[in-house]
Design a protein around this ligand. Sequence first.
Ligand SMILES: O=C(O)CCC(=O)C(=O)O
Length: 288
Amino acid sequence: MLTQAQVDFYREHGYVVVKGMFTPEEAARFRAESHALIERLQRIGKTDATWESARGVTMNKTSLLHCHNVQFHSAALCGLMLDDRLTSAASQIIGSANVQLHHNKLFIKPPEKGSPFPMHQDQPFFPHDNDSMIAAVVHFDDAPLEKGCIRVVPGSYKNGPIPHESDGGWHLPFDQYPLESSVACPAQAGDVLFFSYLTIHGSGVNTSSEARTTMLIQMRDPEDQPTVITHLSRGQGMMLRGVDPTAVAGSNVEWSLSTPKPQSAMGGMGMGGPAMGAMGMGEPKKGM
Ligand SMILES: O=C(O)CCC(=O)C(=O)O
């Protein structure tokens, strides 16, 4: 459970770093699990997820190792998403007893050349009606400034969605939103950073001699419907806490991966119709 002060901090600033949510021993186990997973994936294919637009931050060649939807690769990392410490905090921040998975991604920023993320909001990648979507970034090792820790613009979520540039991954204009204009959120192994999908954030290059290892979990209130059907993924819609009050017979996930949800399950939001994919937002897909 978060303290009232932590919840108040989040409401004011759109982010909060929760120290020591997981023990250093737990973080070390998740780190080992993560590095083993990435090594397995490297043997069978491409694992780099550096955004093209990262070149706006550095012209040096950088690298970002990733795995999306880790629950299909590791029971330990699947269990992490269901951990009561994480989901109770998410529930308090979202303001709903029910917490639903949107997607997750494991990132390893390798030593000396770990890719940066230009400043952006997550909202353009997967806009929702009520903006309940939050990210929780679980740190599996220490993330000081020199490892390219995440940086945020406090309070920015209160201004709503901002127009982004789409080339190479939705990002904000580099001249107006330099990384340096934001507040760094250095963290230690076991700390969790929560932020709204409207909070402007990014991160710098890992110039240190150690990898930065994190798992980012995007979660929402299941009653908050996507404005655009986009950024679908295997496992989306899994309940991490509580229940899905919008579910009817069958699975929302199957609906979202194939056809729009029926009106009865959408609260009359009119999700159907061929124009949904062409509403202008929601692409390109993030971190792939
Ligand atoms: O892990 C990071 O450094 C930033 C990740 C990020 O901004 C994102 O995936 O939206």
